[in-house]
Design a protein around this ligand. Structure first.
Ligand code: ADP
Ligand code: MG
Length: 399
């Protein structure tokens, strides 16, 4: 169902509550990667330029102890936002109360403020994360309109997304541009793709990805499987996998998936093995029929890269989730680089990465600008690829 987007709202002189995803990585109180803040700028700028008053907020990490109140303040993100906007972002170190309410009421059109980490409300009974009805109602009462641009938390039903949406009033909530982009790209790729749709799945565990595999086996024309996941499938085919990562309790499921796949699922034909999980261990490439009993597979081999590249070359839409090998170690990054290369060489295809580590891999290996879309939400994009409805999206007013 089509959802309102921020351009459907009249924001002029309105107090616009804006849920952003500023759950950024930090080290010693310093932001180490501000991608998520940058990604929220278009929506924030749009509202400010159209005379709205922005009240931005986000969660940051998990808040469980009094100590977290000292270390998990979202103030550094407000400061970074201010630098990026070239405009003051007033920060209120509270999630409720007189100081917050006063700051909101003093806000002028075209001004922006931020309040404290929404998960500070979790210390006393998980009010934010359990969507305490009073909290959503209270936050909604602070503004006139609600814009949700936090795709990264759209798979969660929290007070700061669905709680506010439920209380802000009919027709008064909308998706921001980032949310709109994520829904459009991932939604269209899976539900109405230009075919052939080739899905590439990898990463650590079959158990994390069962839903994605099942959905994509139905929706995609081909499903290429790499990563540690491949070994559970190889075992399902009765092959020896040495000391590779295998989920013993998922072998039967892998068998069932292979049967259902009807030839759509393509497994690697070779793998790079080493005696231990170590970049500097002596490694070699072997056929999947000859994995030594005392070695583990840490990447797909050159023949597999060639095989996968051929499949990718025919694609009009590519969805990629999960690295092909232990890309963090240079000696086992070739499979993931190979997939990146094959995707980068595609002309006129829509190419999408969903998944935190796959996105990190593409960035780390220098391929970020070769993709049509890299999702900012690891967990949310996974659930979306599974074909699940995201509560944060569902709760937004329909067009
Ligand atoms: P994403 O976040 O993109 O969904 P995952 O979290 O499922 O991806 O998996 C990423 C991790 O899988 C990476 O840390 C990578 O090192 C690991 N991995 C990939 N292949 C292997 C392998 N053959 N053996 C062990 N770990 C692997
Ligand atoms: Mg991951």
């Amino acid at each position: 169902m089509a959802k309102q987007i921020v351009t459907d709202l009249n924001v002029k002189d309105k107090k616009v509550l804006m849920r952003v995803d500023f759950n950024v990585p930090m080290k010693d109180g310093k932001i180490t990667n501000d991608n998520r803040i940058v990604a929220a700028l278009p929506t924030i700028k749009y509202v400010l330029e159209n005379g709205g008053k922005v009240i931005a907020f986000s969660h940051l990490g998990k808040v469980k102890t009094e100590e977290d109140l000292k270390t998990k303040s979202i103030k550094p993100a407000a400061e970074r936002l201010s630098e990026l906007l070239g405009q003051e972002v007033k920060f209120v170190p509270a999630t409720r109360g007189a100081e917050l309410e006063e700051a909101i009421n003093n806000l002028k059109s075209g001004e922006i403020m931020m309040f404290e980490n929404t998960r500070f409300e979790d210390l006393d009974g998980k009010k934010e994360s359990k969507n305490d009805p009073e909290l959503g109602k209270y936050w909604a009462s602070l503004g006139d309109l609600f814009v949700n641009d936090a795709f990264g938390t759209a798979h969660r039903a929290h007070a700061s997304n669905i709680g506010i949406a439920a209380n802000i009033g009919e027709g008064k909530s909308a998706a921001g541009f980032l949310m709109e982009k994520e829904i459009k790209f991932i939604g269209e790729a899976v539900d109405s793709p230009v075919r052939p749709l080739v899905a590439i799945l990898g990463g650590a565990k079959v158990s994390d990805k069962i839903g994605v595999i099942e959905n994509l086996l139905v929706k995609a024309d081909k499903v290429l499987v790499g990563g540690a996941m491949m070994f559970t499938f190889l075992r399902a085919l009765g092959k020896n996998t040495g000391t590779s990562l295998v989920e013993e309790d998922k072998i039967e499921l892998a068998k069932a998936l292979l049967e259902k796949a009807n030839g759509k699922l393509i497994l690697p034909i070779d793998t790079v093995v080493a005696p231990k999980f170590d970049n500097d261990a002596p490694h070699m490439t072997v056929s999947i029929d000859e994995i030594p009993a005392d070695q583990m597979g840490l990447d797909v081999g050159a023949a597999t890269i060639e095989l996968f590249s051929k499949e990718i070359a025919a694609a009009k839409t590519v969805v990629w989730n999960g690295p092909m090998g232990v890309f963090e170690m240079p000696n086992y990054a070739k499979g993931t680089i190979g997939v990146c290369e094959a995707i980068a060489n595609l002309q006129g295809a829509t190419t999408i990465i969903g998944g935190g580590d796959s996105a990190a891999a593409a960035m780390q290996l220098g391929y970020a600008d070769k993709f049509t879309h890299i999702s900012t939400g690891g967990g949310a994009s996974l659930e979306y690829l599974e074909g699940k409805e995201l509560p944060g999206v569902v709760s937004i007013s329909d067009k």
